[in-house]
Each structure stands twice: as structure tokens, then as C-alpha cells.
Design a protein around this ligand. Structure first.
Ligand SMILES: [Cu+2]
Length: 111
């Protein structure tokens, strides 16, 4: 009976410690991948074409789609954004290629 208590404790520790470490590891990994998935580039909205579903943006370097700074049109992941954006808006956005076209996959307004 005297040996049982220490071995039980050891058993509990063996189970609880790895579980804790694994949980922390997951939290850190999620934070890192979320940050990498959305590199935001600054841009200025030049024109919004609701009929075409496009927005013309003067953008900085876009590593996600391998583009140097330029002014060009983008599709949008959410057509509703065409009602929120207007010429002159400064934004930070992420771009990706969808069916060969560059689209704004995410953005946030700057002020
Ligand atoms: Cu471009």
C-alpha cells in the first residue's frame, strides 16, 4: 500500500503533463499560421465598378501573387464590399488568384 500512492501520482503526472504541453503547442501554431495566411498590403482605391464586380486599386508589393506595385483592377471575394469601398479609400488588403484573376480576399479600411 505504501508504494501505491507514489506510483499513482507518477501516473497522473505522465498523463496530465503531455496533454498540457500539446494544448499550448496548438495555440501557438494556430496564431502563427493565421498571421502568415494574411499578409496585408497597403493600397488606394481608385475606382469601384459595381457592374463588373471589380475595384481598381493602386497597390504596393503583393508577394502573395508575385506583383510589384502598380494600379490594376481586382475582383472581390465578397460583392458587398463594392458598396463599402469608394474611390480615395485607403485600405490594407490581401490578394489571391482565383480562376486566374486577382481578387481581394480580405481587407481593412485605413483612416
Ligand atoms: Cu498588380
Amino acid at each position: 500500500m505504501r508504494l501505491l500512492a507514489p506510483s499513482l501520482l507518477a501516473l497522473i503526472c505522465a498523463f496530465s503533463l503531455p496533454a498540457q504541453a500539446q494544448h499550448d503547442h496548438h495555440a501557438a501554431a494556430n496564431a502563427t499560421s493565421a498571421g502568415k495566411a494574411a499578409p496585408l498590403t497597403e493600397g488606394v482605391v481608385k475606382k469601384v465598378d459595381k457592374a463588373a464586380g471589380e475595384v481598381v486599386i493602386q497597390h504596393g508589393q503583393l508577394d502573395s501573387i508575385g506583383m510589384p506595385p502598380m494600379t490594376m483592377s481586382f475582383g472581390v471575394a465578397d460583392k458587398g464590399w463594392l458598396n463599402k469601398l469608394k474611390a480615395g479609400d485607403k485600405i490594407r488588403f490581401a490578394a489571391e488568384l482565383k480562376d486566374g484573376n486577382a481578387i481581394v480576399s480580405r481587407y481593412e479600411a485605413l483612416r
